[in-house]
Each structure stands twice: as structure tokens, then as C-alpha cells.
Design a protein around this ligand. Structure first.
Ligand code: AMP
Length: 215
């Protein structure tokens, strides 16, 4: 199964993608993470302002990543497609390494809930694990330190209110309309992601099936 997340900022798509990846043993492909690893000043600036990076960069990065062997049994795609012009790229690359079913999961979350979440988010610069100091079940065991690899946690440059507002407006204007396209062309599941990470994950598990209650 290939899973695509459509979600506003701070809806938890990174955390949910990671959990699905672990449960199904399929890779978590995050275009945001791929972009953060590119050594380019223009891209770094676009990321810090929450602006979309050019489609040719996005297509190149995703074509390379989705062509890798570990995507043969499916993948979780996080952060793409994000606007109408990326649908065409998505259709070109979605089955580049397999012929699995493509399932779209939409995470629904009110704007204010997302805004509160963004203020507490910390990320591990080494392994990419995400924590939240304002949400008890998402706190690291030791303040400021990654549970998994012991590195100091960092705040993402784009995790501030101004950038959040801009990204949420962009989501409503450019990304949310894609849901109509997917409704007409495949399977779309809506999940309420204002619940806790675990409850949201359980709801996702119910719709995609085959899970146990390990989490
Ligand atoms: P994310 O990690 O998904 O929250 O994305 C972080 C940032 O990466 C966004 O604010 C954009 O600047 C950039 N970005 C992520 N996905 C895309 C995309 N599909 N197209 C263009 N830029 C993107």
C-alpha cells in the first residue's frame, strides 16, 4: 500500500507517518525532510519562510527517493502533493517502484489546535523524531534530549506563529482543494487528528486495517 497524507501544518502527519512506517515496515518519505537535507541557500530560505520549493526540485528528490528498493513494498508519503501543479508529478511518480494501491489520508484539525501544537514542537536533528513539550504523551523522557539517540533536540525555524499562519492559509487555498481531485480518483479517508497522537493513530489503523494494538 502507498499512503499519502494531506494535512494542514501541525496536524501530526510526520508522527503518524513514522508510526505507520514502523507498523507496516514501509519507509516514511517526507519531502520536508528531503528538502531540509539539501545544501542550498535558496531552498533553506524558502523553508524558513514556509514557501513552496520549485516543482523541478521536488520531482527530482522524490523520483530518486521513491525509486529506491525499500519502496517496492509501499511507502508513506508525507508533504506531497501540496498544490494542483504537483498532481501531475504525483501521477507520474506514485507507482514508480511498485503497483500497490494508493490510499489518501486527510488529517482534519482546527486551526487553533494546530497553532498550540506548533509552539511546543521539537525535532531530533539526527534521527528526525518529533516531540512536543506541551503535550504530555509526546514529551521526551529527559527535557531537550532525544529518547532514541540522545542528541539535543532543536526547534525548526518554521515553527513560529507567523509562519504557521501563512502555511495554514496556503493549505486552505492550495492543498485542501486536492481532496476533491482524490475523491474523484481513488480512496480518501478523513481522520480527526485533534485527538491525541495514539487515538489518531488507532483511528488510522482502523481504516487501513491489519494492525494490532501495540501502540
Ligand atoms: P513539512 O516538513 O512537510 O512541514 O514542510 C516544510 C517546508 O518544506 C514547507 O513549509 C515548504 O517550505 C517545503 N515543502 C514541503 N513540501 C513541499 C512541497 N510538496 N512542495 C514545495 N515545497 C514543500
Amino acid at each position: 500500500m502507498n499512503i499519502v497524507f494531506i494535512a494542514p501544518p501541525a496536524a501530526g502527519k510526520g508522527a503518524q507517518s513514522g508510526m505507520i512506517s514502523k507498523e507496516y515496515n514501509i519507509p516514511h518519505v517526507s519531502i520536508g525532510d528531503l528538502l531540509r537535507n539539501v545544501d542550498d541557500d535558496v531552498i533553506r530560505k524558502q523553508l524558513s519562510l514556509g514557501e513552496f520549493v520549485d516543482n523541478d526540485v521536488i520531482e527530482k528528490l522524490l523520483t530518486e527517493r521513491l525509486s529506491k528498493d525499500d519502496c517496492k513494498n509501499g511507502y508513506v508519503l508525507d508533504g506531497f502533493p501540496r498544490n494542483n501543479s504537483q498532481i501531475e508529478i504525483y501521477e507520474r511518480i506514485k507507482n514508480i517502484s511498485n503497483n500497490k494501491n494508493n490510499v489518501v489520508i486527510v488529517l482534519d484539525i482546527p486551526r487553533e489546535v494546530g497553532e498550540r501544537r506548533i509552539c511546543g514542537r521539537f525535532v531530533c536533528p539526527k534521527c528526525g523524531s518529533v516531540y512536543n513539550e506541551l503535550i504530555s504523551e509526546s514529551k521526551p523522557k529527559v527535557d531537550g534530549i532525544c529518547d532514541k539517540c540522545g542528541k539535543n533536540l532543536a526547534k525548526r525555524k518554521d515553527d513560529n506563529k507567523e509562519t504557521y499562519d501563512k502555511r495554514y492559509d496556503t493549505y486552505l487555498k492550495e492543498t485542501a482543494p486536492l481532496i476533491d481531485y482524490f475523491n474523484k480518483n481513488g480512496t480518501v479517508y478523513h481522520i480527526d487528528s485533534s485527538k491525541s497522537v495514539l487515538d489518531t493513530f488507532n483511528d488510522i489503523s482502523k481504516v487501513i486495517g491489519g494492525f494490532n494494538d501495540r501502540y
